[in-house]
Design a protein around this ligand. Structure first.
Ligand SMILES: Cc1cc2nc3c(=O)[nH]c(=O)nc-3n(C[C@H](O)[C@H](O)[C@H](O)COP(=O)(O)OP(=O)(O)OC[C@H]3O[C@@H](n4cnc5c(N)ncnc54)[C@H](O)[C@@H]3O)c2cc1C
Length: 425
């Protein structure tokens, strides 16, 4: 890429640990496919449980969504606590609220345990409302989490303004369980942690075939090298490459784009999002924003259908940046980059076990930094013990989205619909 179309995270990340492609024919207790946060965290938790683990990554660790992310570490899923009670019933709902409410803490636990150098902040996440209707949602969300003991508070419009340095016009709420990381550094730090736990990480080793032999799984990589293991965790998420039948048709891979300005002047740096706070608004097609360690202002939002090819593809995100922070008009955009997020039909993450011993996780709806870190603990525990109670959600069958091949039209229609609803409040 050229012309400012590079990733900020690539430019500022901690170095990657040395890893090599898989060679020969090897065995392990568990093979993990995918070297993003989910795969790395799963590998760590399995290794700590005493299992031998080989992790296969098609490119390099953090290459997928994990290393391209906005890096906002926010607990929870798309659904609010009351929704979870309604969906799962009182007992399972309360367990889901506790489980999903604890996800951000897992990130900070892993950072502390492995001494990960990833510019982390732990100052909370602000959700400013974009309309009166958005404010009602934000207040209700805050009150629901407060009922379950979370460290959250409602914010007036003035309080939002002083925390963000942006005049969003409405109030909102703050969730102090949240924070941020440099996502590629965090992914690489997890890889270092996994290596210290004895995990074998094979990079540049795309799995091209999965077959079952005498009760074990054999994974073959593009070079012909193999790993044979009784258990497999598939953590390929929005970057799955036809690795398992129907998997890619069970979610929509939508693009999310980000831009980063040049470092702000000291005056603006003190005014805009001081102290490491992060934010995303209440729009259905949300805008997410934060600063990096050097005082660059980042803005992210929906992307185009295909991968970006030119700076103009980011024009709508740049307009959003100036609309939210008029003070930065005229600042050069130094970085533009994007990545894919997996959106499922019911907006829930999905866990599948299409055949015994092969577990798949997909779909974090664009909010996976915290979720996938904790998912590793849940998946690891399930694979280690076979206890379904270790999982926060039931295992489901892989359900392809009808007419998935028309997804471009579907996504376009959905975006147009949500844009309209955002405009009318
Ligand atoms: C632009 C962007 C911004 C985001 N911002 C935020 C945010 O601010 N906060 C937040 O919480 N979430 C955010 N997300 C979502 C979050 O980054 C993801 O949910 C999370 O990183 C997913 O992690 P993962 O490990 O499941 O998947 P990934 O990180 O995508 O890892 C999957 C890996 O599998 C590998 N793979 C695929 N097929 C094979 C194969 N056949 N063999 C071997 N390896 C294979 C891929 O190369 C890839 O590295 C954002 C995502 C994007 C794209």
């Amino acid at each position: 890429m050229s012309d400012g179309m590079t990733s900020l995270w690539e430019a500022t990340a901690a170095p990657a640990p040395e890893t090599y492609p898989l060679e020969g024919d090897t065995t392990a207790d568990v093979a993990v496919i995918g070297g993003g946060i989910a795969g790395l965290s799963t590998a760590i938790h399995l290794a700590r449980a005493g299992r031998s683990v080989t992790l296969l990554e098609a490119e390099d660790v953090g290459w997928g969504a994990s290393g391209r992310s906005g890096g906002q570490v926010i607990p929870g899923i798309k659904y609010d606590p009351d929704d979870m009670i309604e969906m799962f019933g009182p007992e399972a709902g309360a367990a889901a609220i506790e489980a999903f409410g604890a996800t951000a803490g897992k990130v900070f636990e892993l950072i502390d345990r492995y001494g990960i150098d990833c510019d982390d902040t732990r100052q909370g996440w602000v959700q400013p409302a974009h309309s009166e209707a958005g404010l009602r949602i934000a207040i209700s969300r805050c009150q629901q989490w407060k009922k379950y003991g979370a460290d959250v508070d409602e914010l007036t419009a003035d309080e939002v303004h002083s925390r963000l340095g942006a005049d969003t016009g409405f109030g909102g709420w703050i969730d102090r369980r949240a924070g941020s990381v440099q996502p590629l550094s965090y992914s690489r730090g997890l890889a270092r942690g996994a290596l210290t736990e004895g995990v074998c990480i094979a990079s540049r080793s795309p799995v091209t075939d999965i077959s079952s032999r005498s009760g074990k799984w054999q994974l073959r990589t593009a070079s012909g090298a193999t790993v044979t293991a009784p258990r497999v965790a598939v953590c390929t998420n929005a970057y799955s490459r036809k690795i398992w039948p129907k998997l890619e048709r069970s979610y929509i891979a939508a693009n999310s784009f980000q831009v980063a300005t040049a470092p702000l002047s000291s005056n603006l740096d003190a005014k805009i999002m001081p102290g490491g706070i992060v934010a995303s608004d209440t729009r259905r097609l949300l805008a997410y924003f934060r600063k990096d360690r050097d005082g660059r202002l980042l803005m992210g939002g929906r992307g185009t259908f295909g991968d970006p090819t030119k700076p103009e593809d980011f024009a709508h995100v740049e307009r959003m940046l100036i609309r939210t922070f008029p003070d930065v008009e005229g600042y050069p955009i130094e970085y533009r980059w994007g990545g894919r997020v997996a959106i499922t039909q019911d907006s829930l993450p999905h866990l599948h076990e299409p055949q015994p011993g092969l577990v798949i996780m997909v779909g974090c709806q664009g909010r996976g930094m915290a979720l996938q870190s904790k998912m590793g603990e849940w998946l690891g525990s399930y694979i280690d013990t076979g206890r379904r109670e270790a999982l926060p959600l039931p295992l489901t069958r892989i359900a392809p989205i009808p007419f998935h091949e028309l997804r471009r039209l579907y996504v376009a229609a959905t975006i147009a619909y949500f844009k309209l609803r955002d405009v009318v409040g």
